[in-house]
Design a protein around this ligand. Structure first.
Ligand SMILES: NC(=O)c1ccc[n+]([C@@H]2O[C@H](COP(=O)([O-])OP(=O)(O)OC[C@H]3O[C@@H](n4cnc5c(N)ncnc54)[C@H](OP(=O)(O)O)[C@@H]3O)[C@@H](O)[C@H]2O)c1
Length: 280
């Protein structure tokens, strides 16, 4: 294992960017290894990058192995950390066995359970198998990861779990009924664990983003221009998420405007806006 305190050297041109992201997270408390699901793209890829910039070694998890390997090589080169790519479909019933095997020799201090997708559409037209697969990815996978790693973290007496939910999901999202309900589960699970694991010294935070500029947006909306506001960058979402984890916030919505909207916009109006955007 490299000595991360000396091996990390920012490359030319990255110093100012690095100044914004270093020391978001304490590698002694939350390291030496973090596991990030959905690391091949979007928010998970950015979590991996920012955690590596903080000196954590990363287990990169998703289905597209080549992307994970390429990311791992880049992070190792840029930040002097170690990465391990694990190809797994989190909607497979026995995926947790693969994760256990791939991490059994590692001291995991942080779990970022982020992988997910959005499947808009009318509930009555959805295929039963697709709905159940979505539940395995967006509910069961979070449950399995927490159930496996939480006791390990409690035993260590420090570390963290960050679950990625979605802003506004707890009220039910028309035309994303199943995906929204799954995110409501994630939020409730995380908030309960936040309470249970606080005394043993483990931080648990549910990050509930609004619209974030990742490849998921064109999958959700035919016309991303129809969004009520410009999507936030994944970098900002993750930076704020790591701050929230460090402060051990139970739930955190990145972006002040999102927090204001979430608090002030009445449910009936929020649901009408969501229905208008997602129905198409
Ligand atoms: N972007 C937004 O506006 C937004 C808003 C609220 C919440 N979120 C949540 O943020 C999380 C990350 O989304 P994103 O925006 O970063 O989307 P993204 O760019 O599409 O990334 C999704 C990640 O999840 C992985 N994934 C999907 N299905 C998987 C499966 N069956 N097994 C293993 N990995 C799987 C994908 O990897 P592979 O395809 O390689 O498997 C990919 O790495 C999701 O939980 C999403 O619901 C996003």
């Amino acid at each position: 294992m490299p000595d991360n305190t000396t091996a990390w050297r920012p490359q030319r041109g990255t110093q100012s960017r690095m100044n914004q992201i270093v020391e978001r997270i304490d590698k002694v408390k939350f390291g030496p290894w973090a596991i990030v699901t959905g690391a091949s793209s979007g928010i998970g890829k950015e979590f991996s990058r920012q955690l590596a910039a903080n000196g954590l070694n990363i287990v990169l998890v998703a289905r597209r192995l080549e992307l994970l390997k390429e990311l791992g090589q880049n992070l190792e080169k840029e930040f002097g950390v170690q990465c391990r790519a694990v190809q797994v479909d989190l909607s497979d019933e026995n995926f947790i066995g693969t994760i256990k095997e791939a991490t059994q020799d590692l001291d995991i201090g942080l779990v970022v359970s982020n992988a997910g997708t959005g499947n808009p559409g009318s509930f009555t037209k959805k295929n039963r198998d697709d709905l159940l697969m979505d539940v395995r990815l967006s509910v069961t996978a979070h449950l399995e990861l927490c159930h496996h790693f939480a006791p390990v973290l409690v035993k260590r007496g420090h570390g963290g779990i960050l679950l990625v939910g979605a802003m506004g999901a707890s009220h039910g999202v028309p035309y994303m009924a199943n995906s929204g309900a799954a995110k409501a589960y994630v939020s409730a699970l995380g908030q309960a664990l936040h309470f249970e694991l606080k005394d043993p010294g483990v931080h648990v935070t549910v990050l509930t983003p609004g619209f974030i500029d990742t490849p998921v947006i064109p999958k959700l909306l035919e016309d991303p221009g129809a969004l009520p506001m410009k999507p936030m960058s994944a970098a900002r979402c993750v930076t704020e998420g790591l701050e929230a984890l460090r402060a051990n916030r139970a739930v955190y919505i990145p972006g002040l405007l999102n927090r204001i909207m979430n608090r002030l916009v009445p449910l009936s109006i929020a649901q009408k806006m969501e229905a208008r955007m997602l129905k198409k």
